[in-house]
Design a protein around this ligand. Sequence first.
Ligand code: 5BU
Length: 256
Amino acid sequence: MTTLSYTERAKHSASPMAKQLLQLMDAKKTNLALSADVTSAQQLLALADQLGAEICLLKTHIDIVDDFSLELTQELRRLADRHQFLLFEDRKFADIGQTVKHQYAGGIYRIADWADMINAHSLPGPGIIQGLAGATTLERGLILIAEMSSAGHLMNADYMQQTLKMAAAFPEFVMGFITQHALSADPQWINFTPGIKHAGRHDDLGQQYTTPEQAIIKQGSDVVIVGRGIISAADPLAEARYYREEAWRCYQERIK
Ligand code: 5BU
């Protein structure tokens, strides 16, 4: 785990999108990502507008929105620019390069046109990274899934280290990892951690939760991703502010 600030780490990164996110987090003083898992366009836009000032990243599952349209993605982009956050589509690509290229740039969702970053499983091998990297000429970033938050996943220590090696071959495109703990002390990699909640250890479908403090201080996480902990709360804005302050305090403590 590194004790450098995000701004310092931006200098070590070869990925323009990683640099942008690292600088944004220090400038805006937030390392909170919102997982906006809602099923209507209106709910998604309302969350982005209401909580946008608190977050560095809005994570979407665009394919769960019942009334999806390309106008929704244009609105999301406008809100991202207005409130200064980046867009992360949690698509979890997992196929051969030729297929993911089309899934990323084409189809109904045209993810490459509006999402600053996407994620993918390392399982198929490096071709998946090459396929995604070659799908667009826009400045985009990829997060490799090294370690999931769910109970009983099959990603063992060797899988995680192989994922790290795979990333190292594409430092301009890969920004870091979805992981529960920092995989190396190399400051260029950003560690994104889902499965964050201050109370509640798991849900009924395999999700396992850890606290911001455990994730950031003990495990070396850089960006905490919170979904139901915020969006299912009685007052999502108050809860987002709580997570923002707590996650920022932990980051400050780690780099002290
Ligand atoms: P929650 O409501 O905070 O449990 O939502 C977590 C989100 O993060 C949800 O969108 C998942 O799809 C996503 N996620 C995850 O929970 N664990 C993982 O390992 C990965 C993604 Br990859």
